[in-house]
Design a binder for this molecule. Structure first.
Ligand SMILES: Nc1ncnc2c1ncn2[C@@H]1O[C@H](COP(=O)(O)OP(=O)(O)OP(=O)(O)O)[C@@H](O)[C@H]1O
Ligand SMILES: [Mg+2]
Length: 388
């Protein structure tokens, strides 16, 4: 289904996933869409990742953490007519979320304790490729299943590549199936005597390794991979099941980009991948677009004013004549116009590449950061405005 505005998206979808390259405005867009959703009466949850402190505190969530917190209804309403539905927010703690994955899949509570306390787990759980994205998806799955929310808006990690998100299950299983890990798994499968499986050279290498890192560390490593094996068994399948949620029609991807060529290329590439893997697009948000200047600020207007009083042009203040100031203004204006024209071109390219049915919304560059409720509401209004 294609949409004419994000108002339709908010009414139709149950899960929105905001993706895009680093710093383009994913977290801000997720917060603004969630606020707009709640204001139209949907019980909404926004799962943010590492929001700017000022954004969290402007929602009254100074201590925003892994637990779900409700945003004060007055803040959500902020002068609205109808009573909005609730808005809840949480900040995904990716380490905690991955711990929860372990808790859910380990054989028994004792095994969970041992794994979580294992120093090897502490080292690698956050750094395995794709683990952050997997943890986010697992949490989404869990919250979606509770039925507590009509709409869940998900922010994604500040990875430099939006595509990391779609590649996460593959990367994660590749990392887990890596030959090095397989080696340790086999080793431990054979118990300590399994060391003999390595043959003379392998045992020698391991003995030398123990000298460097300590045999305690090697034991931790071995125990970790044995225990983790339980969880990893069928891991690929579970990761794929988790990510299969993203194919459901109730989900919509919001592709956030700035007009910069690199960010745009990535958003368009992501779009191609969505189409190829039949994942649903909600729309594009092209954020921080530089706007054309209002006509009454145009240098021509100033020129006309000066023409009516030529003497004024020669007035000088601190060595700068009115004429010089007008020329500087004209140059700045021309530069702004040029940037706005470049950004128009960027929007055109997105529309051409994404096709006439794709929703593409342009969000102007604001003078200041978007970190308070008023600005989020204003951003929500831009996003949900009917097409011009
Ligand atoms: N339209 C806009 N005009 C001006 N500032 C904006 C706009 N949109 C977002 N910002 C500001 O840009 C900064 C980055 O935005 P945000 O944190 O949402 O990006 P992000 O994509 O989530 O970044 P990361 O990839 O690091 O998570 C914030 O300070 C935000 O207030
Ligand atoms: Mg962010």
């Amino acid at each position: 289904m294609s949409y004419r505005s994000f108002a339709q998206v908010l009414a139709d979808k149950q899960i929105l996933v905001c993706v895009g390259s680093g710093g383009v405005g994913k977290t801000t867009t997720a917060a603004a869409l969630a606020l707009a959703g709640a204001r139209t009466g949907r019980r909404t949850l926004v799962i943010t990742i590492d929001p700017a402190k000022r954004l969290a505190s402007s929602l009254g969530l100074a201590t925003l953490g892994h637990e779900i917190q409700e945003v004060a209804p007055d803040l959500v309403c902020n002068g609205c007519d109808a009573r909005p539905a609730s808005l809840s927010a949480m900040m995904l703690d990716q380490k905690r979320a991955f711990d929860e994955v372990v808790e859910r899949h380990a054989r028994d509570p004792e095994a969970v304790k041992r794994i979580l306390a294992n120093p090897v787990y502490a080292q690698i759980s956050g750094s395995l490729a794709g683990s952050q994205e997997y943890a986010a998806m697992a949490k989404l799955h869990e919250l979606d299943a509770t039925g507590r929310f009509d709409l869940i808006v998900v922010d994604t990690p500040p990875t430099s590549h939006a595509l990391d998100f779609l590649d996460a299950p593959e990367k994660l299983t590749q990392a887990i199936d890596s030959p090095a890990i397989e080696w340790f798994r086999k080793l431990q499968g054979g118990g300590r005597s399994g060391w003999s499986l390595l043959g003379k050279t392998g045992s020698f290498v391991l003995a030398r390794l123990a000298k460097f890192v300590g045999s305690r560390f090697l034991d931790d490593l071995g125990v970790f991979f044995t225990e983790f094996n339980d969880i990893l068994g069928g891991f690929r399948q579970r990761a794929e099941e988790t990510f299969a949620l993203l194919r459901q029609p109730k989900v919509g991807f919001v592709l956030v980009s700035s007009p910069e060529p690199m960010a745009l290329r990535e958003a368009l590439f992501f779009h191609e991948r969505l189409v190829a893997s039949r994942m649903p697009l909600a729309g594009f948000v092209i954020n921080r677009v530089r706007a054309h200047q209002p006509a009454d600020a145009a240098p021509a207007v100033i020129e006309r004013a000066l023409a009516t009083a030529p003497a004024v042009a020669h007035l000088t203040l601190s060595g700068t004549s009115v004429r010089m100031a007008a020329e500087a203004l004209a140059a700045a204006h021309a530069e702004q116009e040029l940037l706005a024209t470049v950004d128009d071109g960027a929007l055109r390219r997105v529309r051409e590449a994404a096709g006439p049915d794709a929703l593409v919304v342009r969000v102007p560059l604001a003078r200041e950061d978007v970190h308070d409720v008023d600005r989020l509401i204003a951003l929500g209004q831009i996003l949900t405005a009917p097409p011009a």
